[in-house]
Design a protein around this ligand. Structure first.
Ligand SMILES: *Cc1c(COP(=O)(O)O)cnc(C)c1O
Length: 434
C-alpha cells in the first residue's frame, strides 16, 4: 500500500486510519471525503520539529491552506502551533471563524483586491507576501489610510525549472508570480519598498512549484535566495530577517512514486542555507516553508458508489461513479495519477481493466484511465486514494452536483467536519424572480 494508514481487514474490505471504509460509505453515503486527522497532525509535527531542529528555533511551517480549506483544518493548524498561508479574504475569513491566530497568517496571491487588502489588515493578518511593485504600493496606501504599518515579504522569482507539470511550476522567470532577479526588477523593488512609510519589509519569499520529488530544485532556489539576501545587504544595507522557501514537496500517488523523507530533505536544504549564510556573512534568517499537498494529500480518501459498467467490445471499459470532476478535477486538469481500489472486494484478483468515469456531461470527466481492479458491479465502493489536497478545495457545482461531506477520522472515532451539501444549500443564493 502507498501509505501506512491503509490496510485490508478480515472481510476483505479496505481500511483507512484503521476504519472499514465500506462501513463508513454506508453510514455517511457517497461521494464521501475521509480525512485521517492523525496523519495530518503527524505531517505537521514532522515539518515543525525538523524546521526547529535544522534552522532557527522560531522557524516554522505554514500550512498552505488552498490545498484544503475549511474551519476545522485551521483548528488543527492552530493546535499544532504552525502558521498558515492564505490566498484570499475567503480563506482568511474561514481561519478567523475557526479562531486561528491571524498574526501567524501569511497573505498570498497575485491579485489581491483593495477590499481584501483592507480586510486582511483589519483582521490583523501578520504578513503579506506581495507579488508586484503595484501591489506593495496599494498595501502601503491602504495601511496608511487605516493608520497601520504592515509587515511584508516580497515574492521573488528565482528562475528555477523544478521538473514538474507546467501548470504547477511557478518559479521560472516568465511566471505570472513574483518579481524576477534575472531582470534586476527584484532589486529595484526592494529599493523602492524600503522607502515606503507604512510597510515593514521582513524578508523574501519564493515558491518554485508543486509535486516536486527531488531535493535539488529546493536547494538551488535556497542558494539563489541567500545570494539575493547578501546582494541586497551589500546594495542597500538591508538584511532580511525572514526567508520563506515556499511549498512543493511531493507525495506518493501511486506505487511508482518514490517514498519521500521530509525530515531528510529539510536537513539537506538547511545545510546549504547555513553554509551559504556563513560564506556571504549574512545572519541565518527565520526560515518558513509552505507545505500544502504534503500535509493533507495522503490523509484524504474519496469514496464513490459504482454505477454502470459500459464495455465497448474490443476497445475499452468504463465504470461510472456518483462523483467526478465536481469533487476531483485533477485528472481533467493535469492528467494526475491516482491509485484506485475496489474497497469492498480487496482480496479478489485485479484482472479487469477499466476507466473510472465521472458523472458530468464532459468526456474529459475521468478520475483515472485503465485501472486494474476486480470487475466492478453496481453498488461496489470505489476508493480513490491521496485525495486530501486540491480536490475538495477545487470542487465545483458543475451539473448542479452537491459537494460531498468531509468526515474526520481521529483516534478510532469518526465525525462530520463539513456537511454534505443539499439541493437547498446549493440554491440558497438564488432569488425567486417572477
Ligand atoms: C500552492 C502554493 C503552496 C503549496 O504548495 P504544495 O505543493 O501544495 O506544497 C505554497 N506556497 C505558495 C505560494 C503556493 O502557491
Amino acid at each position: 500500500m502507498i501509505c501506512k494508514n491503509l490496510a485490508v481487514n478480515n472481510n476483505g474490505h479496505l481500511t483507512f486510519a484503521g476504519r472499514d471504509v465500506t462501513e463508513l460509505a454506508q453510514k455517511y453515503g457517497t461521494p464521501l471525503m475521509l480525512l485521517d486527522e492523525d496523519r495530518i497532525r503527524e505531517k505537521c509535527t514532522i515539518y515543525r520539529e525538523a524546521m526547529k531542529k535544522y534552522f532557527t528555533e522560531d522557524s516554522m511551517p505554514l500550512y498552505a491552506s488552498k490545498a484544503l480549506s475549511f474551519k476545522y483544518i485551521y483548528k488543527i493548524a492552530s493546535s499544532e502551533n504552525i502558521g498558515i498561508d492564505c490566498v484570499s479574504a475567503g480563506e482568511i475569513f474561514t481561519a478567523a471563524q475557526a479562531g486561528f491566530p491571524l498574526e501567524k497568517a501569511y497573505f498570498h496571491g497575485n491579485s489581491k483586491t483593495d477590499d481584501e487588502i483592507e480586510f486582511a489588515i483589519n483582521h490583523g493578518v501578520g504578513h503579506f507576501v506581495c507579488d508586484s511593485v503595484e501591489e506593495v504600493s496599494a498595501v502601503n496606501e491602504i495601511a496608511g489610510n487605516l493608520g497601520k504599518k504592515q509587515k511584508v515579504l516580497l515574492r521573488i522569482t528565482p528562475g528555477i525549472d523544478p521538473h514538474t507539470h507546467k501548470k504547477i511550476s511557478t518559479g521560472s522567470v516568465d511566471s505570472k508570480f513574483g518579481v524576477a532577479i534575472e531582470t534586476n526588477q527584484a532589486y529595484e523593488l526592494v529599493e523602492g519598498v524600503l522607502k515606503l512609510e507604512n510597510i515593514e519589509l521582513t524578508g523574501f519569499h519564493c515558491h518554485i512549484g508543486s509535486q516536486i520529488f527531488e531535493c535539488d530544485p529546493f536547494c538551488d532556489a535556497a542558494k539563489i535566495m541567500i545570494k539575493f539576501i547578501a546582494d541586497v545587504k551589500k546594495l542597500f544595507g538591508y538584511e532580511a530577517s525572514q526567508l520563506n522557501l515556499g511549498g512543493g514537496m511531493a507525495v506518493r500517488y501511486t506505487e511508482d512514486d518514490p517514498e519521500i523523507d521530509y525530515d531528510a530533505n529539510i536537513k539537506v536544504i538547511s545545510e546549504i542555507v547555513k553554509s551559504l549564510c556563513n560564506e556571504y556573512s549574512v545572519k541565518l534568517p527565520q526560515i518558513l516553508m509552505e507545505p500544502g499537498r504534503s500535509i493533507v494529500a495522503d490523509a484524504g480518501m474519496t469514496l464513490y458508489t459504482a454505477g454502470y459498467l459500459k464495455e465497448i467490445t474490443g476497445l475499452k471499459n468504463y465504470i461510472s461513479i456518483d462523483g467526478g470532476m465536481t469533487d476531483n478535477p485533477r485528472y481533467t486538469l493535469y492528467q494526475s495519477p491516482y491509485t484506485v481500489l475496489l474497497a469492498n472486494r480487496m482480496n479478489e484478483p485485479s484482472d479487469y481493466k477499466c476507466t473510472i468515469a465521472g458523472r458530468c456531461c464532459e468526456s474529459g470527466d475521468i478520475i483515472q484511465e485503465d485501472v486494474l481492479m476486480p470487475k466492478p458491479q453496481r453498488h461496489d465502493i470505489i476508493a480513490v486514494l491521496t485525495t486530501g489536497a486540491y480536490n475538495y478545495s477545487m470542487a465545483s457545482h458543475y451539473n448542479k452536483v452537491p459537494k460531498p461531506a468531509i468526515v474526520m477520522l481521529k483516534n478510532g472515532c469518526d465525525f462530520v467536519a463539513v456537511k454534505r451539501e443539499t439541493y437547498e444549500s446549493m440554491t440558497a443564493n438564488e432569488l425567486d424572480i417572477y
